[in-house]
Structure formats: C-alpha cells, structure tokens
Design a protein around this ligand. Structure first.
Ligand code: 13P
Length: 277
C-alpha cells in the first residue's frame, strides 16, 4: 500500500477512536434516522400494494421503500393517495441526462414520478454492472442535480476484510464517490459485502467502529458537516439485531434487504429506530 495513504488512514483511525469510543449513544445526535427497504428484484404489483397498505409511518424515522423500477410510480401514487409519510426511492439511476441507454432510467424521470431518494453504488451493481467509483460519483451528481438524495453504498469484500484492507477500500470508495460533491447532501450506507444476504451481520461494535472511521474521513473533507451526515448500516439486519445497531452513536439507520420483504419484520425494525428518534 502507498505509504502516504497508509499514514492518512492511520491518522483517521486514531481520530475515529478518539472522537467516538464506540459506546452506545445515549443522546440524540440530531441526524435524520433512516430505515430503508431495498427490495432488489422482488415483489409483484399486488404484493407491493398489500405491503404498503399495512405499513405504518415512521414516527420520527424517515422510512424509504425502494421497489423495482416499474413499481416506483404506483408505489408513489399509493402512499400519496393514502396520505402516508413514506418515501419512495429508486435502486439505481443513470449518470447521463437522457439518451440512447436501453433499459436505463433518468434521474429526472425518477424525480418527476415522485421519488425522493436513490440508492447508488450498491455492491451488487458494482459486481455485475461493473460500476466503479467514478461512475458512482457521476450518478450521485446526476441524482443531486435532479433533487434526489443519493444513498451511496460502500463496503469491503470478505477477502479485503481478511487482508486488513477495510479502511483503505472505504476511503477510496468515499473519496471517489464524493469528488465535487458536498457530503452533507448525501446519505452513506456501510454495507460490508460479506454481510449482505448471508445472515451474518457485522457486530454492532464492529459496525460502530467503521462508522466512526467513515465519519472521520468525512470530517477531513468537511469538518463542519461531518456530524450532520447520516451513515446507515446494511447487511443481514433483522428485527432481532436492529436494536443493537440503533444503540450505537454513529449508526443513523439501516438499509434492509431480506427482512424488508415482510411487512411485520420491517415494521419492527422501524419501531426500534423510532424509539431513539
Ligand atoms: P440483506 O439485508 O438481505 O443482507 O441485504 C442488505 C442489502 O443489500 C441492502 O441494500
């Protein structure tokens, strides 16, 4: 590893430890708390309507449901018609305004149909759509230009973790994603790739340590705003472990895959974060 990067990361780790001892937080942070459902390529129109009919509002927590693209508009119409304070988010957008990009969706269209958020750089897309940090950056810029809040996903693979590369990988992903972007306008989601869909989440203490590190990187970029950025954890979150994550100072919500498909489980996770909001 390049010596200057090594030194930079060492400094950031020290700062993260000093600033946040990793203890459960007792005071409200003032940051928006999110509970976000990433349904990936799951659910039919009818299943979505049943889910949204049963889903209750967040009670101080920002609830965002991210269904597959063809369900975004009916989802928005439904929650609007029911006057429910539930946000609809996309799972991806394209970096260009419009044009000859078969199968892609423009951020302007997502905004027009009522989306408020957009997941960007999910590890699954980084893997099978070869999205790199530069693309993530362009997508985040396009989302912001069109008034969508990007939820930027970062995370290390198992191999990178085993090789003690976690901080380096996250730093590279963050610096790449944030090039020319004001960090206070985005939400970060730390999703260790080894924890996604495996049933093996990070421990809350492990996640807290990494979230404090992410905040230390943000503080180096923009000291004033680092404390304002919501950093979510994702990877095998469920109704049984949500409480442990919610208790941590630097964990401002969760991005939920599998457990967001059942409305009862998802509602329980929302309730956990609503208590601390
Ligand atoms: P799981 O909750 O199924 O592990 O998925 C996490 C995820 O990828 C959310 O974006």
């Amino acid at each position: 590893m390049d010596q200057s990067i090594k030194a930079y990361i060492k400094l950031l780790v020290q700062e993260a430890v000093q600033q946040s001892p990793g203890l459960p937080g007792s005071l409200p942070t003032g940051r928006t708390q999110y509970v976000i459902a990433n349904w990936k390529m799951n659910k039919t129109l009818q299943e979505m309507l049943d889910f949204l009919q049963q889903l209750k509002e967040g009670n101080g927590v920002e609830v965002v449901v991210c269904p597959p693209a063809p369900l975004l508009y009916p989802a928005k119409l439904y929650v609007q018609g029911q006057n429910k304070d539930i946000h609809i988010g996309a799972q991806n957008t394209h970096q260009e305004e419009n044009g000859a990009y078969t199968g892609e969706t423009a951020a302007s269209l997502l905004k027009e149909i009522g989306c408020s958020h957009c997941i960007i750089g999910h590890s699954e897309r980084r893997q099978y759509a070869q999205e790199d940090d530069a693309t993530v950056n362009l997508k985040a810029k396009q989302a912001l230009k069109r008034g969508l809040t990007p939820i930027i996903c970062i995370g290390e693979t198992l191999q990178q973790k085993q090789q003690n590369q976690t901080e380096k990988v996250l730093t590279t992903q963050m610096l790449g994603a944030l090039e020319g972007i004001d960090a206070s306008e985005v939400v970060f989601a730390y999703e260790p790739v080894w924890a996604i869909g495996t049933g093996e989440s990070a421990t809350a203490e492990e996640a807290q340590r990494i979230h404090a590190y992410i905040r230390a990187v943000l503080a180096h970029l923009d000291k004033e705003n680092a404390e304002k950025v919501s950093i979510l954890y994702g990877g095998s979150v469920n109704e049984n472990n949500a409480q442990e994550f919610a208790a941590m100072t630097d964990i401002d919500g969760v991005l939920v895959g599998g457990a967001s498909l059942k409305v009862d489980s998802f509602q329980k996770i929302i309730a956990v974060f609503a208590k601390g909001a």
